[in-house]
Design a protein around this ligand. Structure first.
Ligand SMILES: Cc1cc2nc3c(=O)[nH]c(=O)nc-3n(C[C@H](O)[C@H](O)[C@H](O)COP(=O)(O)O)c2cc1C
Length: 419
């Protein structure tokens, strides 16, 4: 067993994997995955909301097996969580999007590929034996989006996920302070003075790079900083990843009217999921505009800081939508199996994992993500058995019987905030 394999095997929680990821990947890169918007109140709130939720536990029950499968947007998943879209994961590990789709497929679940990824859609779909979903941003404009939709369809993607909470990019303050784009710049085209200044900036990164040479070598062997190969202009040129993504997003904000042409291009018989919904009104609008499913999400606390934790939105808004035909999912703050159990008890069909995906991939590529899935699966199964539910359907149906109101006061019982 190599040292890396031993460390992964010794990881007992996704928090352990997160620590391994932070050790393997330099902060200038890993901070992008950690950070939230502004003061990170919503980022912490997403996690704290789960930690402050209580379950009951029905005793003296024995189940020969538990059924973790679920069906969402008409697709059977063997486990009730899927990979949420995470842009630029290729900076964590070579071809990380394809690695993620392969591992998700092995566990019988879905991988959502971000528009802002560095791996071709076709490669990601080919790597998976499970369903792949394509998350759409409209950067590059309508024609560019149509090219992406056509390619995703052709490659066999099984759902389109339209993210609607990125009208402008959130301010991830801590990462912005690190000026990652400046440090990534190439020397070509610069004057002598600018080259010296840039060399100095790159040299200043030595203390974080030197202890992480394996990551650095893998990154450069994988081609270094990639382009957004699924955002192609009319000449087929990919969008550079050192461009101004914030401006790109702001000039291509999605509106309800866009859903019509997106729906038509994707096809009526293909599932369309609207992601980033915060209130029942928007869920109803999504349904009226042809959505098959909705994901409650605040983008992992990376957009508007101070919006409520996703679990609170779910608790407040789901009861208003009893007559809806939509399939509901959520993402934000899921860190362990009990979080998944609590989320599903509100009637959701599945949940997405963002930072846990980054933790697994960043800790050790396919082996790291496999470990993350194993940890979640063991925890979720244990929680089902201890709480006393034999299937995801039972869990969803019994809902409030499974949750308990907390009578603990304050936050002294909570563990230190980890990720
Ligand atoms: C580093 C990072 C990049 C993300 N990139 C995207 C993206 O490209 N598209 C998108 O719809 N959501 C994106 N998200 C949001 C996730 O899909 C998801 O909503 C969020 O990570 C869930 O919260 P969690 O990280 O607590 O699981 C990103 C999140 C992170 C942390």
């Amino acid at each position: 067993m190599t040292r890396e394999q031993r460390q992964l095997a010794d990881a007992l929680t996704t928090g352990d994997l997160w620590k391994l990821m932070r050790r393997r990947v330099p902060p200038i890169v890993s901070e992008y995955f950690r950070g939230g918007a502004d003061a990170e109140i919503t980022l912490r709130g997403n996690v704290r909301a789960f930690q402050q939720s209580m379950t009951t536990a029905y005793g003296a029950l024995k189940f020969p097996a538990v059924d973790m499968s679920t069906t969402v947007v008409g697709q059977r998943l063997e486990i009730p969580w899927f990979i949420a879209p995470v842009g630029s994961i290729r900076t964590l590990y070579p071809k990380a999007d394809a690695v993620a789709s392969k591992v998700a497929g092995e566990f019988g679940t879905a991988m959502t590929q971000s528009t802002l990824s560095g791996t071709r859609l076709e490669e990601v779909a080919a790597a998976s034996t499970g369903p792949c979903w394509f998350q759409l941003y409209l950067c590059g404009g309508r024609e560019t989006a149509l090219r992406g939709i056509a390619r995703a369809k052709e490659a066999g993607f099984k759902a389109l996920v339209l993210t609607m909470d990125t009208g402008v990019a959130g301010m991830r303050t801590m990462h912005a302070r690190m000026k990652p784009m400046e440090a990534m710049r190439a020397f070509s085209g610069l004057s002598l003075g600018e080259r010296i200044a840039l060399a100095w900036k790159k040299l200043a990164l030595a203390p974080q790079m030197l202890p992480r040479l394996p990551w650095l070598l893998q990154f450069y062997r994988d081609g270094g900083m990639f382009e957004f190969v699924n955002v192609l202009d009319e000449e087929g040129c990919p969008m550079p990843s050192d461009g101004d993504i914030a401006t790109q997003l702001a000039t291509s904000t999605v509106t309800w009217d866009d859903l019509q042409w997106i729906r038509e291009a994707w096809g009526d018989d293909h599932p369309l999921i609207v992601k980033g919904v915060h209130c029942a009104d928007d869920a109803r609008k999504a349904e009226a505009h042809g959505a098959t499913g909705v994901t409650w999400s605040n983008h992992g606390g990376r957009q508007q800081d101070r919006v409520p934790p996703v679990l609170h939105m779910v608790a407040q808004e789901m009861p208003k939508l009893k007559d809806s035909k939509l399939d509901f999912m959520m993402d934000g703050g899921i860190r362990n199996g009990t979080d998944i159990l609590i989320a599903l008890s509100y009637g959701l069909k599945a949940v997405g994992i963002g930072r846990v995906t980054a933790a697994g991939i960043g800790a050790g590529g396919p082996a790291g993500l496999t470990r993350a899935f194993e940890i979640l699966r063991t925890e979720f199964e244990r929680a089902m058995r201890l709480v006393g539910v034999a299937s995801v359907n039972e869990l969803r149906a019994r809902g409030s019987e499974i949750r308990r109101e907390s009578m603990l006061v304050g936050d002294g019982h909570l563990p230190p905030f980890d990720f």
